[in-house]
Design a protein around this ligand. Structure first.
Ligand SMILES: [Zn+2]
Length: 272
């Protein structure tokens, strides 16, 4: 059964590596001549999500530019009913900056799989130096980490679009989430939908998810929380091991335990 909720407030986090046809890091960097084209595609998928949210009855939509310098979405090409958060605040909220308990749902667009995933386009976790992030023994892609941040504020992530690999990882982490694969990695190559098809499917997918909000739950683990960070660079691990209460657990791993999830977020912010 679908419902049209009134006064729906929706948060949309938009990354770039999982946007249709983005298949190389050069295409995601403002230093590259191809970048203006791909930021336009990113803005198009953000708009599709906004349109889906509005069609489901959203009266407030906040978009978080969550890639690179966080200055990718083209402001005057973004749907005028949305507000846009640009740049990094420097807070533990990171890719979810701006979320709070007032939102009914969060949507993640342009997301990608975690580091070391086979057949995943532009896979990585946060920054290139991170091998893995584990919370309460679950290895998390950025989507999972960001969903725990949303969950801390009791907001469910209801929809994700990106490559097929992140959709598979999403289904392993969430009890219920709607996923849309706009592309599929073939080693380093990638099979893509047409960008217009992706936009149509994102719009209807976001609308559908928001019209069935009751089936989604905020992602939350039970305390005590145990976060493990693994870095490719031992020096990063050494530095993180000096965080108050942190423990070195292996050559490349450091862990921290607490009953307060915000303290997990703070540890991550300071150490990554
Ligand atoms: Zn990114």
């Amino acid at each position: 059964m679908t419902e049209k909720k009134t006064n729906l407030k929706v948060f949309i986090s938009v990354d770039m590596e999982g946007i249709t046809d983005v298949i190389h890091f050069d295409e995601t960097s403002e230093k590259n001549p191809d970048y203006p084209y791909f930021r336009k595609l990113m803005t198009g998928e953000a708009n599709a999500a906004i349109e889906g949210a509005l069609a489901a009855g959203a009266t407030e939509v906040v978009v978080r530019d969550a890639h690179g310098l966080a200055r990718n979405l083209i402001p005057d090409e973004l749907h005028e009913e949305a507000k846009l958060i640009r740049e990094w605040a420097g807070s533990p909220l990171g890719m979810m900056e701006g979320i709070d308990k007032g939102f009914d749902a969060a949507v993640c667009i342009g997301y990608h799989a975690k580091a070391s995933t086979p057949n995943a386009t532009l896979k990585h976790t946060m920054i290139g130096l991170v091998l893995d992030v584990r919370v309460n023994d679950v290895s998390l892609p950025e989507l999972g980490w960001n969903a725990l941040i949303a969950g801390h504020y009791n907001v469910p992530v209801v929809f994700v679009s990106g490559d097929k690999a992140i959709c598979e990882q999403a289904n392993g982490i969430f009890d219920t989430i709607d996923t849309l694969a706009v592309k599929e990695g073939i080693g380093k190559a990638c099979l893509n939908l047409h960008p217009n098809k992706s936009k149509q499917l994102i719009k209807t997918g976001v609308q559908n998810a928001l019209q069935n909000l009751n089936k989604f739950k905020p992602l939350k683990y039970k305390p005590p929380f145990r976060i493990e960070l693994y870095f490719k660079d031992e020096i990063k691990t050494y530095n993180a091991s000096w965080y108050p209460g942190a423990k070195r657990i292996s050559d490349l791993g450091v862990m921290y335990e607490t009953n307060d999830f915000f303290e997990v977020m703070r540890f991550f912010k300071i150490c990554v």
